[in-house]
Design a protein around this ligand. Structure first.
Ligand SMILES: *[C@@H]1O[C@H](CO)[C@@H](O)[C@H](O)[C@H]1NC(C)=O
Ligand SMILES: *[C@@H]1O[C@H](CO)[C@@H](O)[C@H](O)[C@H]1NC(C)=O
Ligand SMILES: *[C@@H]1O[C@H](CO)[C@@H](O)[C@H](O)[C@H]1NC(C)=O
Length: 410
């Protein structure tokens, strides 16, 4: 942002730097001098003529700091932008600690200054609308910090990537930049009575330290003035759609926001409904969230915890992300080892890392060009998945169809 002087409640990672210098942690100052002369953010080329870049929003709750750092290292690339948010149920010390650990995690984070931690946390009531508010806040912060990324990606501490960022950037290079990846349906089924019609109030929004919500004894009819869509809260949204939702002059995003304030699990319907009711965006919607998830039958609130027995199927799926994992589940080490080439406490060594590959050094402690990618074997599978999705979209432009027609043609 050009000289932005707005006050933002971020624990700025550079503010933490001051603390660190004050406490004179040895080696830190040395390492700053150490990477002088290496490329930094100014050498990263963004825009339509260059490879895409992602804005990752990584959310977590109390006690999730270690998983969030691990996830950050697994999806880190100097081209991208990252915003980490630990919800209001955790003490401030945990957020400050996260900011320090981010800063110390690798020299590239200090050189590219592309990771921030939300300092003034929002509540994230599991069923209420505060989680949606936190997402919209994150999206607008990411636009404000750096408006030149191409896609906004929501991740949670329990998620993990199945491809490297080189793979991800490579595959998305052939995707039109206005496409959105949102798993959605208007076939509400049992959700109509249990999720759409109840009226709830999220106490986290107006009371400090509240995690509950209140439910009205009456239900309301399913709306008629717009079509209600629902789906997975894990999305990949284009920058143009985020700008439309956050800054737009069209009133649809705000009208729906007022409605969704009192909807259970509003993050499972808001973006989906805005997108599918907007003539400008409904044709740019690919019906997939690009996550590998396994659901129980009947489905519970969250998918299965994935483990070693799921490894082969996960890799076969070609999906770029999977959800959900227990902290430090052994299968994460296997993904690091077999797929990401990532070592403990280090970033995934992409083409940008130019340090020597010796067992005692981190290849990403030195870097060169962040505008080139070296896709690995998973990129081929992911590219195939992407091609199939785009072909399907072209052949029957199935996105945002109301379910009467979707069921007829399937
Ligand atoms: C979206 O697709 C529909 C049907 O294919 C078409 O009628 C409409 O004009 C398209 N909208 C935009 C904005 O391209
Ligand atoms: C993996 O999860 C499945 C299903 O939840 C379970 O049956 C299996 O025992 C687990 N395997 C390991 C190695 O934990
Ligand atoms: C669904 O299909 C019917 C018949 O094919 C058609 O008349 C109707 O316009 C379609 N509805 C939508 C929303 O596409």
């Amino acid at each position: 942002m050009a000289g932005g002087r707005w006050l933002f409640p971020l624990v700025s990672v550079s503010f933490v730097a001051v603390l660190l210098v004050l406490s004179a942690i040895s080696g830190f100052i040395a390492s700053s001098a150490f990477f002088a002369g290496q490329p930094d953010a100014a050498d990263v080329h963004r825009g339509a003529a260059h490879p895409p870049a992602f804005a990752y929003y990584i959310s977590g709750g109390r006690g999730d700091a270690s998983r969030m750092i691990r996830l950050l290292l697994a999806v880190y690339h100097p081209r991208n932008r990252y915003l980490l948010h630990i919800s209001a149920d955790a003490p401030n010390s945990e957020r400050a600690d996260l900011a320090i650990r981010v800063r110390l995690s690798m020299p590239a984070v200090r050189a590219f200054e592309n990771v921030d931690v939300v300092g003034k946390a929002s509540p994230m009531t599991p069923m209420g609308s505060s989680e949606l508010a936190a997402r919209l806040h994150a999206a607008s912060v990411l636009l404000r910090l750096d408006g030149s990324w191409d896609w906004f990606v929501t991740l949670n501490a329990a998620d993990y990537p199945l491809v490297t960022q080189d793979d991800m950037i490579h595959v998305f290079s052939s995707v039109p930049r206005d496409f959105n990846f949102v798993d959605h349906t208007s076939d509400l089924g049992w959700k109509e009575y249990q999720r759409v019609q109840p009226i709830i109030v999220d106490a986290g929004i107006y009371l400090a330290n509240r995690k509950q919500f209140f439910q009205a004894s009456q239900k309301r009819d399913t709306p008629e003035s717009f079509k209600f869509f629902t789906g997975s809260p894990w999305v990949i949204l284009s920058r143009s759609f985020i700008e439309y939702s956050v800054l737009g002059w069209d009133n649809l995003p705000r009208t729906l926001l007022l409605y969704f304030t009192n909807v259970i699990l509003s993050q499972e319907g808001y973006f989906h409904s805005v997108m599918c009711n907007s003539p400008d965006f409904q044709n740019t919607t690919i019906n997939s969230n690009l996550r590998y998830m396994v659901w129980d039958n009947p489905p519970k609130m969250e998918p299965h915890f994935l483990n070693m027995t799921d490894f082969d199927r996960m890799m076969e799926s070609g999906m770029p992300f999977a959800r959900q994992f227990h902290q430090d589940d052994p299968v994460l080490n296997k993904i690091d080892d077999k797929v990401l080439g990532r070592r403990h406490h280090q970033a995934v060594p992409g083409a940008w890392c130019s340090g020597r590959k010796r067992w005692w050094t981190d290849p990403c402690s030195h870097w060169s060009n962040a505008n080139i990618m070296r896709p690995g074997p998973q990129a081929e599978k992911f590219a195939q998945v992407m091609k199939d999705l785009l072909d399907k979209w072209k052949s029957d432009s199935r996105s945002c169809k109301s379910h009467e027609n979707a069921t007829i043609s399937s």
